[in-house]
Design a protein around this ligand. Structure first.
Ligand SMILES: Cc1cc2nc3c(=O)[nH]c(=O)nc-3n(C[C@H](O)[C@H](O)[C@H](O)COP(=O)(O)OP(=O)(O)OC[C@H]3O[C@@H](n4cnc5c(N)ncnc54)[C@H](O)[C@@H]3O)c2cc1C
Length: 397
């Protein structure tokens, strides 16, 4: 069995996305990175392919596919344009999947068809200017008013798809985490809200420019200033955010790892091709032992990444929590490996590797974000060590 294409359907999905990416994503990648522009229309058009709601239930307009399918799409997009792939991830994994698995029936039937078709673009807002890794250190608050509506105050930072253009048009709908009190043990009680464009008090603070990489995705600061959200837009009961967050984070980390795999694959392809085409001292540079070390080690790392990504994907059940050891482990390993492989490609390609036309410098810049977003390397190290304390038998299982 091919671990990365465990069924005929997975193989067909990969071929379809690969062909579509070659035709539609690849030609625009360079320009959108260069001008820090997000290709909103291209993302919307993925609705027609059924990819925006890839994991959402079919009755609400989704494709109802599994974690392996999600990994395949992220790998394929990222092998061409990781910035665009990140915007796709924020929409389809951080918003759509979260709603599909945690929303009420009413919320799902009202909102999922719009986000699955691409009529609405979604985002997820957890991070804040003063709280990232320390999720429970958040300061955005939501207070329920007498009429049952909620009033949200605070700012969210680094939100992918938070704005849709350079004019500050906000995402159509955002999955927002806010503090709604403390429980009987004094712990922060966090709740989840669906904030829609046009709701009073919801706006874009700023689009964040001059990012190192992922420049083809928009990153924004969002402002909630006495933002009034109807009672029906709280997800589940107050205090249930941790349940939503934990299940969804595992799929987020897996798909970020799949993005790393796409970067690694493309970098390897580019360095391998170049090593044949380029000669120095009257010989192909692939004949030099030092070049062989870059290529050989990159191949071995790429194959290990591929095996770990799809081993994790094949055993991850969307909508459940409990696979954190591997969703953290796979992201920890693959993101640094992708950065190293892109770096090796640049080294093999010399001066050409350092300019945008040859792709790998963009992949190298994009790869760095994967060591930070969706959990830093350090948070994965911490989680793995904690989980192995609780379940040391995982090592020998
Ligand atoms: C381009 C981009 C897109 C993003 N998209 C989104 C998005 O769509 N939605 C969203 O909510 N967020 C998003 N983020 C935010 C991202 O998830 C955070 O940047 C990340 O979680 C780290 O948080 P921080 O930046 O506040 O860093 P901090 O949490 O302040 O960390 C700073 C450093 O301290 C280390 N550190 C912190 N705590 C510990 C600890 N206990 N032990 C050891 N080391 C520790 C960290 O590992 C890190 O090295 C995005 C970020 C970027 C840059």
């Amino acid at each position: 069995m091919d671990i990365a294409n465990p069924s005929e359907e997975h193989m067909m999905l990969r071929e379809m996305v690969r062909d579509w990416t070659k035709e539609h994503v690849e030609p625009q990648a360079f320009e959108h990175d260069k001008h820090e522009r997000f290709n909103l229309e291209l993302l919307r058009s993925m609705g027609e392919l059924g990819l925006l709601g890839i994991s959402a239930q079919e009755e609400f307009g989704g494709a109802g596919l599994d974690a392996t399918a999600c990994a395949i799409v992220h790998e394929e997009l990222s092998a061409s344009d990781p910035g665009f792939a990140l915007a796709y991830l924020a929409h389809s994994m951080l918003f759509v999947n979260n709603l599909a698995y945690n929303g009420t029936e009413e919320q799902k039937s009202r909102i999922l068809p719009k986000v699955c078709s691409g009529e609405w673009i979604g985002a997820m807002a957890m991070s804040e200017p003063d709280a990232g890794t320390d999720v429970l250190g958040l300061s955005t608050t939501a207070v329920q008013r007498e009429d049952g509506t909620w009033c949200i105050n605070g700012r969210k930072m680094w939100i992918t798809n938070g704005c849709l253009d350079d004019q500050g048009t906000p995402a159509d709908v955002v999955w927002v985490y806010a503090k709604t009190g403390t429980d009987e043990r004094g712990r922060v009680q966090m709740s989840t809200f669906l904030v829609e464009a046009g709701m009073p008090g919801y706006s874009v603070g700023q689009k964040i420019f001059d990012k190192t990489g992922m420049r083809a995705s928009n990153t924004a600061e969002l402002v909630f200033d006495d933002c009034i959200v109807p009672a029906e837009n709280i997800v589940g009961a107050p205090g249930e955010s941790l349940i939503h967050m934990m299940g969804n984070l595992e799929l987020e980390r897996l798909t970020l790892a799949a993005m790393a795999l796409g970067i690694a694959r493309r970098s390897l392809e580019e360095m391998n091709k170049y090593a044949t085409e380029r000669s120095a001292f009257k010989t192909q540079i692939r004949d030099f032992g030092q070049m062989q070390r870059y290529i050989g080690e990159s191949w071995a790392k790429y194959r290990a990444m591929r095996a770990y990504v799809y081993d994790t994907a094949n055993s991850l059940t969307i909508g459940t929590a409990g696979q954190r050891l591997d969703s953290d482990g796979v992201k920890l390993f693959t993101t640094t490996a992708a950065k190293e492989i892109a770096d090796a490609a640049m080294q093999v390609m010399g001066g050409y590797g350092y300019v945008a036309e040859y792709h790998v410098e963009r992949l190298w810049r994009d790869a760095k974000l994967l060591e930070i977003g969706g959990g830093t390397l350090e948070s994965h190290q911490k989680n793995i060590t904690r989980d192995l304390f609780k379940d040391s038998e995982a090592i020998t299982r």
